[in-house]
Ligand binder design. Structure first.
Ligand SMILES: [Zn+2]
Length: 210
Protein backbone atom coordinates (compact mmCIF):
# COMPACT_ATOMS: atom_id res chain seq x y z
CA UNK A 1 0.00 0.00 0.00
CA UNK A 2 2.79 2.37 -0.90
CA UNK A 3 0.38 5.04 -2.11
CA UNK A 4 -0.81 6.01 1.39
CA UNK A 5 2.31 7.72 2.67
CA UNK A 6 2.38 11.28 4.00
CA UNK A 7 4.23 14.19 2.42
CA UNK A 8 6.87 13.99 5.15
CA UNK A 9 7.37 10.27 4.56
CA UNK A 10 7.56 10.84 0.82
CA UNK A 11 10.31 13.43 1.25
CA UNK A 12 12.38 11.09 3.39
CA UNK A 13 11.92 8.25 0.89
CA UNK A 14 13.15 10.59 -1.83
CA UNK A 15 16.28 11.41 0.16
CA UNK A 16 16.79 7.74 0.92
CA UNK A 17 16.57 6.93 -2.78
CA UNK A 18 19.21 9.54 -3.48
CA UNK A 19 21.63 7.91 -1.00
CA UNK A 20 20.79 4.44 -2.21
CA UNK A 21 21.59 5.34 -5.83
CA UNK A 22 24.76 7.06 -4.78
CA UNK A 23 25.77 3.96 -2.80
CA UNK A 24 25.13 1.77 -5.84
CA UNK A 25 27.25 4.03 -8.00
CA UNK A 26 30.08 4.07 -5.46
CA UNK A 27 29.86 0.28 -5.16
CA UNK A 28 30.12 -0.04 -8.94
CA UNK A 29 33.18 2.19 -8.87
CA UNK A 30 34.62 0.21 -5.98
CA UNK A 31 34.75 3.22 -3.67
CA UNK A 32 31.83 2.50 -1.33
CA UNK A 33 32.90 3.38 2.22
CA UNK A 34 31.91 1.54 5.38
CA UNK A 35 30.21 4.72 6.53
CA UNK A 36 28.06 4.97 3.42
CA UNK A 37 27.22 1.29 3.65
CA UNK A 38 25.99 1.77 7.20
CA UNK A 39 23.98 4.79 6.18
CA UNK A 40 22.33 2.76 3.44
CA UNK A 41 21.52 -0.05 5.87
CA UNK A 42 19.90 2.46 8.23
CA UNK A 43 17.95 3.89 5.29
CA UNK A 44 16.78 0.42 4.34
CA UNK A 45 15.49 -0.25 7.86
CA UNK A 46 13.75 3.10 7.97
CA UNK A 47 12.10 2.49 4.59
CA UNK A 48 10.63 -0.75 5.90
CA UNK A 49 9.42 1.05 9.01
CA UNK A 50 7.80 3.82 6.98
CA UNK A 51 5.88 1.39 4.80
CA UNK A 52 4.81 -0.93 7.59
CA UNK A 53 3.62 2.04 9.65
CA UNK A 54 1.79 3.45 6.61
CA UNK A 55 0.05 0.08 6.17
CA UNK A 56 -0.96 0.01 9.83
CA UNK A 57 -2.27 3.57 9.61
CA UNK A 58 -4.26 2.79 6.49
CA UNK A 59 -5.73 -0.35 8.02
CA UNK A 60 -6.81 1.53 11.15
CA UNK A 61 -8.33 4.36 9.12
CA UNK A 62 -10.18 1.90 6.87
CA UNK A 63 -11.61 0.18 9.92
CA UNK A 64 -12.65 3.54 11.36
CA UNK A 65 -14.43 4.43 8.10
CA UNK A 66 -16.20 1.06 8.08
CA UNK A 67 -17.37 1.53 11.68
CA UNK A 68 -18.72 4.99 10.84
CA UNK A 69 -21.09 3.35 8.38
CA UNK A 70 -22.27 0.27 10.30
CA UNK A 71 -25.47 1.80 11.66
CA UNK A 72 -28.43 1.34 9.35
CA UNK A 73 -31.34 3.61 10.11
CA UNK A 74 -34.35 1.72 8.67
CA UNK A 75 -35.98 5.14 8.90
CA UNK A 76 -39.71 5.65 8.33
CA UNK A 77 -41.63 8.83 7.73
CA UNK A 78 -43.44 9.80 10.98
CA UNK A 79 -46.47 10.90 8.96
CA UNK A 80 -47.08 8.17 6.36
CA UNK A 81 -45.05 5.47 8.11
CA UNK A 82 -43.28 4.54 4.88
CA UNK A 83 -39.67 4.51 3.79
CA UNK A 84 -39.92 4.43 0.00
CA UNK A 85 -39.80 8.17 -0.70
CA UNK A 86 -37.28 9.15 1.95
CA UNK A 87 -34.19 11.06 1.00
CA UNK A 88 -31.39 11.75 3.44
CA UNK A 89 -30.86 15.51 3.61
CA UNK A 90 -28.41 16.31 6.40
CA UNK A 91 -27.11 15.41 9.86
CA UNK A 92 -28.49 16.92 13.06
CA UNK A 93 -26.76 17.05 16.45
CA UNK A 94 -28.94 16.91 19.55
CA UNK A 95 -28.34 18.52 22.95
CA UNK A 96 -26.23 15.52 24.04
CA UNK A 97 -23.99 15.86 21.00
CA UNK A 98 -25.36 12.70 19.32
CA UNK A 99 -25.57 12.84 15.56
CA UNK A 100 -28.64 11.59 13.67
CA UNK A 101 -29.65 11.67 10.04
CA UNK A 102 -32.32 14.00 8.76
CA UNK A 103 -34.70 12.85 6.03
CA UNK A 104 -37.22 14.36 3.70
CA UNK A 105 -40.36 12.43 2.81
CA UNK A 106 -41.25 13.40 -0.76
CA UNK A 107 -44.78 12.03 -0.33
CA UNK A 108 -45.65 14.13 2.71
CA UNK A 109 -43.21 16.91 1.90
CA UNK A 110 -41.84 17.04 5.45
CA UNK A 111 -38.38 16.87 6.92
CA UNK A 112 -37.61 15.04 10.14
CA UNK A 113 -34.69 13.87 12.27
CA UNK A 114 -34.54 10.10 12.76
CA UNK A 115 -34.87 9.03 16.38
CA UNK A 116 -31.54 7.17 16.67
CA UNK A 117 -27.88 8.13 16.28
CA UNK A 118 -26.27 7.43 12.90
CA UNK A 119 -22.94 6.14 14.26
CA UNK A 120 -21.78 3.50 16.75
CA UNK A 121 -20.03 5.96 19.10
CA UNK A 122 -23.27 7.81 19.85
CA UNK A 123 -25.24 4.58 19.65
CA UNK A 124 -23.55 3.28 22.83
CA UNK A 125 -24.88 5.97 25.23
CA UNK A 126 -28.19 5.93 23.33
CA UNK A 127 -28.61 2.18 23.96
CA UNK A 128 -27.64 2.71 27.59
CA UNK A 129 -30.55 5.12 27.94
CA UNK A 130 -32.88 2.64 26.16
CA UNK A 131 -31.82 -0.14 28.51
CA UNK A 132 -32.49 2.05 31.52
CA UNK A 133 -35.97 2.85 30.20
CA UNK A 134 -36.65 -0.84 29.57
CA UNK A 135 -35.55 -1.68 33.09
CA UNK A 136 -37.93 0.93 34.48
CA UNK A 137 -40.76 -0.46 32.33
CA UNK A 138 -40.04 -4.01 33.45
CA UNK A 139 -40.11 -2.94 37.08
CA UNK A 140 -43.52 -1.34 36.46
CA UNK A 141 -44.86 -4.56 34.92
CA UNK A 142 -44.60 -6.62 38.10
CA UNK A 143 -48.21 -7.78 37.99
CA UNK A 144 -48.22 -8.84 34.33
CA UNK A 145 -46.05 -11.93 34.17
CA UNK A 146 -46.18 -12.59 30.42
CA UNK A 147 -45.55 -9.00 29.32
CA UNK A 148 -42.79 -8.77 31.81
CA UNK A 149 -41.05 -11.91 30.48
CA UNK A 150 -41.25 -10.59 26.93
CA UNK A 151 -39.89 -7.20 27.92
CA UNK A 152 -37.11 -8.89 29.86
CA UNK A 153 -36.17 -10.91 26.78
CA UNK A 154 -36.01 -7.78 24.61
CA UNK A 155 -33.98 -6.05 27.26
CA UNK A 156 -31.45 -8.90 27.52
CA UNK A 157 -31.12 -9.01 23.76
CA UNK A 158 -30.40 -5.28 23.67
CA UNK A 159 -27.88 -5.61 26.51
CA UNK A 160 -25.95 -8.23 24.53
CA UNK A 161 -25.91 -6.03 21.41
CA UNK A 162 -24.74 -3.10 23.47
CA UNK A 163 -21.86 -5.11 24.97
CA UNK A 164 -20.78 -6.33 21.54
CA UNK A 165 -20.86 -2.81 20.16
CA UNK A 166 -19.05 -1.41 23.17
CA UNK A 167 -16.22 -3.91 22.94
CA UNK A 168 -15.84 -3.51 19.14
CA UNK A 169 -15.71 0.28 19.42
CA UNK A 170 -13.41 0.17 22.43
CA UNK A 171 -10.84 -2.00 20.66
CA UNK A 172 -11.04 0.06 17.46
CA UNK A 173 -10.61 3.29 19.42
CA UNK A 174 -7.68 1.87 21.38
CA UNK A 175 -6.00 0.79 18.16
CA UNK A 176 -6.61 4.19 16.59
CA UNK A 177 -5.12 5.92 19.59
CA UNK A 178 -2.06 3.64 19.38
CA UNK A 179 -1.71 4.40 15.69
CA UNK A 180 -1.92 8.15 16.30
CA UNK A 181 0.77 7.95 18.99
CA UNK A 182 2.95 5.89 16.66
CA UNK A 183 2.26 8.40 13.91
CA UNK A 184 3.53 11.27 16.06
CA UNK A 185 6.61 9.29 17.04
CA UNK A 186 7.23 8.42 13.39
CA UNK A 187 6.87 12.05 12.28
CA UNK A 188 9.33 13.13 14.96
CA UNK A 189 11.84 10.47 13.96
CA UNK A 190 11.49 11.25 10.26
CA UNK A 191 12.00 14.92 10.95
CA UNK A 192 15.30 14.15 12.70
CA UNK A 193 16.43 11.68 10.06
CA UNK A 194 15.54 14.07 7.26
CA UNK A 195 17.63 16.80 8.88
CA UNK A 196 20.53 14.38 9.17
CA UNK A 197 20.27 13.19 5.56
CA UNK A 198 20.04 16.74 4.25
CA UNK A 199 23.18 17.70 6.14
CA UNK A 200 24.94 14.64 4.72
CA UNK A 201 23.76 15.58 1.26
CA UNK A 202 25.00 19.17 1.60
CA UNK A 203 28.34 17.93 2.95
CA UNK A 204 28.97 15.83 -0.15
CA UNK A 205 27.64 18.30 -2.70
CA UNK A 206 30.88 20.24 -3.34
CA UNK A 207 32.50 16.93 -4.32
CA UNK A 208 29.63 15.44 -6.23
CA UNK A 209 27.91 16.12 -9.51
CA UNK A 210 24.53 15.51 -7.79
ZN1 LIG B 1 -44.33 10.47 4.48
Amino acid sequence: MKQHITENEREVIKLITFFKKRGERLAAEGTLTQEHQELNAACERLTEKIYSHADFRQQVMDKHETLKGIIEDHAQCPTCGKADLLKKTSVATNELGWKSNRYKCRRCNIEFTWNRPNNPWDMIPFLEVCLQELDDNIAALQAEEELRARAQEARDHMAISLEQLRSAIHSADTEKHQMEEQDKEMARMLHEFKKYLMIEKIKMEPFSEN
